[in-house]
Design a protein around this ligand. Structure first.
Ligand code: ZN
Ligand code: ZN
Ligand code: ZN
Length: 280
């Protein structure tokens, strides 16, 4: 594989287990580290140009950067692509600053609105001012070349855009294309038809924060809208694409083997696993 994508996390922003939670899934993860899940993140590697990239800088940045460098020794981090300014997707940038790594000029790809947020708010503004990161603007819909063999196209998706807009990404290597969409309010609000869009991809990693509305006791789904995994799977049953569900909330029954996972597999759809990799 000259160009590859590595799945480095599958949990919603807070990870599994989540702070302060002792629900059944979190309890199991507190007691057995095998059930812990890093926050959704994708690593990209071009072995030809000897470079690697992270899609999103999560709360688990430390472990995910280490994992990426283990998977691709000799391919140092050449940049970070950010999808949006929710806590699980950008705060890992803090490791690049002077208190920790003290890196110089790490390219950080972001939309103009997200770049404006980072430049205008501490502590992120300090990363820019001291030259730890170098912001590179992404234009939604326009091709961005990461290396001669690796391109991405950012696409705006509807989401709770408090501090920034939100991107999904189409990543293209020489042979295959991958769609990465960790957060979206709902497929019907998006400008594309999900099934038609996914059918044009080779791999699709999709927001499946909640399996069904049942698991949200005490929270209002209209305040934190996401597609429900059961609905997504019905829309995509049998589609000709390698579909994996990611961004799983700590309440999601897909985190463990059981009838929900079996039902999903019967639709031809899997749950993402840490370390899974695809040649592009
Ligand atoms: Zn998220
Ligand atoms: Zn929990
Ligand atoms: Zn979000």
């Amino acid at each position: 594989m000259n160009v590859e994508a590595n799945l480095l996390g599958i949990a919603q922003d807070g990870g599994v287990p989540q702070a302060g939670c002792d629900c059944a899934h979190c309890h199991r993860a507190w007691t057995d580290p095998a059930y812990r899940q890093f926050v959704a993140c994708l690593g990209l590697v071009d072995h030809t140009s000897r470079q690697s990239w992270l899609i999103d800088a999560t709360l688990d940045f430390r472990e995910q950067l280490h994992a990426l460098q283990n998977l691709a020794p000799g391919c140092p981090l050449a940049g970070i692509v950010l999808t949006h300014a929710h806590v699980g997707h950008y705060v890992g940038l803090i490791h690049l600053g002077r208190e920790v790594m003290g890196r110089r000029g790490v390219p950080v790809y972001a939309t103009p609105r997200l770049a404006h947020f980072l430049r205008g708010n501490a502590p992120w503004s300090q990363l820019v001012a001291l030259g730890h990161i170098e912001l590179r603007l992404l234009t939604p819909g326009a091709d961005t070349q990461l290396s001669p063999h690796l391109h991405l196209t950012p696409l705006l998706v509807p989401h709770r855009d408090e501090h920034s807009d939100t991107l999904a990404l189409v990543v293209r290597g020489p042979a295959r294309r991958l769609f990465y969409c960790p957060d979206i309010d709902g497929w019907d609000e998006w400008e594309h038809d999900l099934r038609d869009f996914v059918a044009k991809m080779d791999v699709a990693l999709l927001d499946a924060t909640f399996f069904s509305a049942d698991e949200l006791s005490g929270r209002d789904l209209s305040e934190i809208p996401h597609p429900l995994a059961a609905d997504t799977a019905q829309r995509l049953a049998g589609v000709d694409c390698d579909v994996r569900l990611i961004h799983l909330n700590h309440t999601n029954p897909l985190l463990a083997p059981g009838p929900e996972r079996e039902w999903l597999a019967a639709q031809g759809i899997g749950v993402g696993t840490f370390g899974e990799r695809w040649g592009l």
